[in-house]
Design a protein around this ligand. Structure first.
Ligand SMILES: Nc1ncnc2c1ncn2[C@@H]1O[C@H](COP(=O)(O)OP(=O)(O)O)[C@@H](O)[C@H]1O
Ligand SMILES: [Mg+2]
Length: 493
C-alpha cells in the first residue's frame, strides 16, 4: 500500500481532474477505499469492460454506462458529489465531445463538484484543453519502514502456515535486505520476501544476492534504465587524478545524504572528451568510488523506441533512480539522445528540459554522471553554471597516465609487468588513447599466440606502430576539442 494521505488531501483540496499513471490497479483500488473512508464520498469506477460500478458500497444498481460518452454524461448530471475512477480512459480522450464534457466537469459546470481520477498505464500527450486542469499524482514507492513491515508480516504468515515454526531473522541481513528492496512497489517487495522466506524459513545474508538478482530482473523489464552490476573501481582507471580526488572528497556527504552547513550536496558531473580516453570507464568507477549502485539511463532507447512516450519513460526512470538512492545515474553519450533536430516535434527539447528540471529539484541523493564526445551537439543549457557541479575534460593520457594504462591492462591479462620496458612503451604510444593502448596489447597478444610463444616487448611496440591513433587521424578535431575545453572545463587529470 502506498501513502494515501496525500491523495486524500489532494481530493479534499478540490482538484477536479487527477491523473495517476500506474499499472497496479488493485493497489489503486485499495488505496482509494482508504481515501473514501477519509473524505466520505461515493466512489464509482468505470472501465470499458464493466461499465460503471460503485466500489464503496455493494448492491447498488449500476447505471447503464458502457460507453465513454455515456459515463461522462451521467457524471455531468449526477447531483451527488462523488469520486469517479476512470480506468484506461486515455483512448477516449481523443474525442472532442469527451474532452469538452470533462472540461465542463472540471470547471464546475456540472450538477456537482466531482473528482475525476484518470488511471492507466500510458497517457502520452494530453489534450491541450485538459492539460492545465489536470493534477498528476505520483504513487510513491514504499519507504524503509513499509518494506520492513512487509517482512514482518510475511515472516508471521510463514510461521502460521508452518505450525508456529519461527522464521530465523539475522538482524543485519534484514536491514541490508530492506536497502536492497528499495525502489520496488509493495507488491514486488512482498513477492520477493515471500520467496526468500519460503526457500529456507530464514532471512540471512545468503538471501541478499538472491534479492538483488530478483530486483535486477524486475528493473530489467525497464529497457530505459539498466542496472550495471559491474561498477568499476578507480584503481582500474589510469590518470584522471583530479576527478578521483573530487569524488573522494564528496563521498561521505553524498552517501550520507545530508550536506554540512553551507555546502550543497553533490549533484553530478559532465565528462567531455576525446573518444576512448576513459569517460565511460570513469563514469562506472564513480559508482565504485562512492560505493553505491550504478544505473545506466539509455538515452538513445528512451528517445528512439518510445517515441511519444519518451517523457513518461523518463519520469518513470528518474523515479526509480530516486527510490534506489543513494546511487549513480549514468547517461552515456548524452548528446546522442538530445539530437537538436527540429524534426522530432520538440520531444528531445522537452526531454532535456525535464532532465534539467529534475537535476535542479531532486532531493534524493542520485548523482548524475553524463558523458559526451561531441561538443557540437551538446546543448548550451548543459554548460550553464549551476547545472552540473563540474564539467571535466578527459584528455588523452599523458606519460604518467599511459604508464598506468599499460600496467593496468598488462596485469589484467595476467602478464608480468616487470618483464616490459614501460618507458619505451610510453614513448611509443604518444597520442594514443587508453582504448587504443588496450587494443594494441590485445592485437600483440594475438600475434604472439599465433607465433606459439609468450608476449614480448617487441610485439607490443609493433602493434603500436601499426596503429594510427585518432589523435593523428583527426588531429584537427582533437585540437578544436581541446581549445573548446580550455575555456569551459576543468581538466580531469
Ligand atoms: N584512463 C584509462 N585507464 C584504463 N583504461 C582505459 C582508460 N581509458 C580507456 N581505457 C580502456 O579503454 C576502454 C574504452 O574506454 P571508454 O571508457 O569507453 O572511453 P570513452 O568513453 O571515453 O570513449 C575502457 O573500457 C578501458 O579498458
Ligand atoms: Mg564512452
Amino acid at each position: 500500500m502506498f501513502d494515501t494521505h496525500d491523495l486524500a488531501v489532494l481530493i479534499r483540496s478540490g482538484a477536479p481532474l487527477i491523473l495517476i499513471e500506474t499499472q497496479e490497479e488493485a493497489l489503486l483500488k485499495e488505496a482509494l477505499r482508504h481515501v473514501v473512508a477519509e473524505v466520505l464520498r461515493p466512489l464509482w469506477r468505470w472501465k470499458i469492460t464493466d461499465g460503471l460500478v460503485r466500489l464503496d458500497m455493494d448492491d447498488l444498481e449500476s447505471p447503464p454506462c458502457r460507453d465513454s460518452a455515456q459515463v461522462l454524461e451521467h457524471m455531468h448530471r449526477s447531483e451527488q458529489r462523488a469520486i469517479w475512477l476512470l480506468l484506461d480512459f486515455h483512448p477516449y480522450l481523443r474525442y472532442a465531445m469527451n474532452v469538452r464534457r470533462l472540461r465542463e466537469i472540471a470547471l464546475g459546470q456540472a450538477a456537482a463538484r466531482h473528482t475525476v481520477i484518470l488511471a492507466g498505464g500510458a497517457f502520452g500527450e494530453l489534450p491541450p484543453e485538459l492539460a492545465p486542469l489536470i493534477t498528476r499524482y505520483e504513487i510513491k514507492l514504499p519507504d524503509d519502514a513499509a518494506i520492513a513491515k512487509v517482512m514482518r508480516e510475511e515472516a508471521f504468515n510463514y510461521s502460521r502456515e508452518h505450525g508456529g515454526q519461527r522464521v530465523e531473522v539475522d538482524a543485519e541481513a534484514a536491514r541490508a535486505l530492506v536497502r536492497h528492496l528499495r525502489g520496488l512497489t509493495l507488491i514486488d517487495v512482498r513477492q520477493i520476501v515471500r520467496r526468500l522466506i519460503h526457500a529456507d524459513g530464514a532471512i540471512t545474508s545468503k538471501d541478499l544476492a538472491m534479492a538483488q538478482q530478483a530486483k535486477f530482473e524486475l528493473l530489467g523489464k525497464d529497457a530505459v534504465l539498466h542496472f550495471e552490476p559491474d561498477a568499476a573501481q578507480f584503481d582500474q582507471v589510469a590518470g584522471l587524478g583530479r576527478l578521483k580526488a573530487w569524488i573522494a572528497q564528496r563521498r561521505r556527504v553524498f552517501v550520507e545524504g545530508k550536506a554540512p552547513k553551507g555546502l550543497d550536496p553533490p549533484k553530478g558531473v559532465l565528462l567531455v572528451g576525446v573518444q576512448g580516453a576513459g569517460k565511460s570507464l570513469a563514469a562506472k568507477a564513480t559508482a565504485g568510488g562512492f560505493g553505491v549502485p550504478l544505473l545506466r539511463l539509455d538515452f538513445g532507447a528512451l528517445y528512439n523506441k518510445y517515441h511519444g512516450e519518451t517523457e513518461r519513460n523518463l519520469r518513470g526512470a528518474l523515479r526509480t533512480a530516486e527510490a534506489m538512492a543513494p546511487c549513480v545515474l549514468w547517461c552515456d553519450e548524452i548528446e546522442k539522445g538530445l539530437a537538436s533536430s527540429d524534426s522530432d516535434g520538440g520531444t528531445s527539447q522537452r526531454v532535456l528540459g525535464a532532465l534539467l528540471t529534475w537535476m535542479a529539484e531532486r532531493k534524493a541523493p542520485v548523482f548524475l554522471v553524463a558523458t559526451a564526445n561531441n561538443i557540437d551537439r551538446l546543448p548550451p543549457e548543459f554548460l550553464r553554471k549551476g547545472r552540473f557541479d563540474e564539467v571535466f575534460f578527459v584528455d588523452l593520457p599523458g606519460e604518467e597516465a599511459r604508464r598506468e594504462v599499460f600496467r593496468i591492462h598488462l596485469a589484467r591479462r595476467e602478464l608480468d609487468v616487470t618483464a616490459f620496458d614501460l618507458d619505451a612503451l610510453v614513448a611509443a604510444s604518444a597520442g594514443f588513447s587508453g582504448a587504443e593502448i588496450e587494443q594494441a596489447i590485445v592485437s600483440a597478444l594475438y600475434a604472439a599466440w599465433n607465433a606459439h610463444r609468450g608476449l614480448l616487448q617487441a610485439d607490443v611496440v609493433e602493434a603500436l606502430r601499426g596503429t594510427r591513433p585518432l589523435s593523428v587521424m583527426m588531429a584537427e578535431l582533437v585540437a578544436r576539442l581541446r581549445a573548446w575545453a580550455a575555456e569551459r572545463c576543468v581538466p580531469a587529470d
